[in-house]
Design a binder for this molecule. Structure first.
Ligand SMILES: *Cc1c(COP(=O)(O)O)cnc(C)c1O
Length: 357
């Protein structure tokens, strides 16, 4: 069978070696005769998996010791409410940047818990850029940013210079480039873009920030309790954590975030160049804010766009349709998308343009 390259925005492609390891682990984990799916979460085998994953994430992201690492359920979306529940006391204000659909959902949930100031918004222009003039609130508890806007294909290249506490949703670009964790009070990321299977979210939180909201919280929504129990307050998402642990080993093995950043810049760079060099394709966002993870472009002719999607699929290039709110195409080229996949897409785009213009 010819190679299939999957450009899905999430869940998305993971490294092939991880699929192979996971398949084997489902049948017989580490020669225990047991499937990874039936390992007790409090047994020594799984403890080693979660400890290893936490340590590898710490190493890869250089997470300082005063931060806790948690693997929780509920996806990134549950963090939209958990963050304000835990970090925004009644009557206080948080600043939110409105740079896309996910950012808007985060700020909508935060309004349930306190005052939300929209520090900037690019909604009026269909989120086609990252607004950089922020209107901040004096005394705000934190500033929330979405590091990469998965649907629109924009990315903060540099985070806002901010003296207070920054909170970031890094779901779609975590581990794609080095980040100074100490600049953030809390980072969260759903696993299914750059890290593993859907259903788990990684939370990296400075330990002194938790337990101070003054709210009565159910244990499951309380970071303090999750930290106290070493991310095992209840049964953690065992299989996603196992797969994440293997993705982290893979990333370490190829040289970590510094190495993958070089590859990501090369992959995105050649795809954007192909778009800019062509007469048929147009990028949809401000050049300086272009995402290295989600490359959005259009032809601007619905019939040709449909034809492109159909023919690309036949060529093994799948899930390239843009989000329904943008149309056109979105090529999600996360860490695990092989460079050959990007090369194949570029070759296909050139051929399609030659035949159809
Ligand atoms: C995908 C995504 C989410 C939602 O993740 P779930 O795990 O489905 O809740 C949130 N934020 C960003 C930036 C995303 O890309």
């Amino acid at each position: 069978m010819a190679a299939i390259y999957n450009f899905n925005p999430g869940p998305s492609v993971l490294p092939k070696v991880v699929y192979e390891k996971a398949a084997q682990a489902v049948l017989n984990y580490n020669n225990t005769g047991l499937s990874v799916l039936e390992l007790g979460h409090r047994g020594k085998e799984f403890q080693a998996v979660i400890d290893g994953a936490m340590q590898d994430l710490r190493d890869l992201m250089k997470i300082p010791d005063d931060y806790a690492v948690l693997f929780l359920g509920g996806g990134a979306s549950l963090q939209f409410s958990m963050v304000p529940m835990n970090l925004l006391p009644e009557g206080e204000t948080a600043d939110y940047t409105d740079t896309g659909t996910w950012a808007a959902k985060a700020l909508k949930d935060a309004k349930l818990y306190g005052n939300v100031n929209v520090a900037c918004s690019s909604k009026e222009t269909t989120y086609n850029h990252i607004p950089k003039n922020l209107k901040l609130t004096a005394g705000a508890k934190y500033l929330h940013v979405t590091s990469n806007n998965t649907i629109y294909g924009t990315q903060w290249k540099e985070f806002p210079k901010y003296d207070g506490l920054m909170v970031a949703d890094m779901s779609s670009d975590i581990l794609s480039r080095p980040v100074d964790v100490s600049k953030f009070g809390l980072i969260y990321a759903g696993a299914q873009k750059n890290m593993g299977p859907a259903g788990a979210v990684v939370v990296i939180v400075r330990k002194d920030l938790v337990g101070k909201s003054g709210r009565k919280l159910p244990d499951m929504l309380n970071y303090e309790m999750h930290i106290k129990e070493g991310s095992m307050l209840n049964t953690p998402p065992v299989f996603p954590v196992y797969v994440i642990s293997e993705v982290l080993k893979w990333l370490k093995g190829i040289g970590g975030v510094e190495a993958i950043q070089v590859i990501n810049e090369r992959k995105a760079g050649k795809l954007y160049k192909a778009i800019d060099d062509s007469k048929m394709y147009k990028g949809t966002v401000a050049k300086e804010d272009r995402s290295l993870m989600n490359v959005c472009f259009v032809i601007g002719d619905e019939i040709k766009e449909k034809k492109f999607i159909d023919e690309a699929k036949k060529a093994g290039l799948v899930n390239l349709a843009g989000h329904r709110s943008v149309g056109g195409f979105r090529a999600s080229i996360y860490n695990a998308m092989p460079e050959e996949g990007v090369d194949a897409l570029i070759a296909f785009m050139k051929e399609f343009e030659a035949k159809n213009s």
